[in-house]
Write a protein that binds this ligand. Sequence first.
Ligand SMILES: [Zn+2]
Length: 136
Amino acid sequence: MGRSCKEIKKRILEDYPDVKVEQTEDKRSCTEGDTIYLSKEDYEPKKMVDLFNILHEIGHVYTSEKWMPRAEREWRATTWAIFHMKKYGIRIPEWRKKNFQEDIYFLYEFEKAFFNRDMRMKKQNLKLFWNEQESA
Ligand SMILES: [Zn+2]
């Protein structure tokens, strides 16, 4: 799958020419403004989930605002990625989908408990809908 993953990555990046791409030594990819910083794994994608991570970072460029709680930013970026993954034939194993959801819920509880933050959204509104998008 290594070679086709590279081709899909190229197609994704061509579709979003405004997004700047850099490589980072960090283990996890991240985004600042309109620049996505991809981990080595995501920069040289070999698995579907690496490609999904690229979409997720692009999702941050289009949906994240600094004032949003982190949990909401992650939910929006992931939802954006879910909406666009079908176009590129990206599929994610069920256990991975669960991980993405758990990470968001964890962040929600963390921010709420430790920063006593007004979360704006209720936890149940941060649910990811994978199946709806896939069958769309
Ligand atoms: Zn993110």
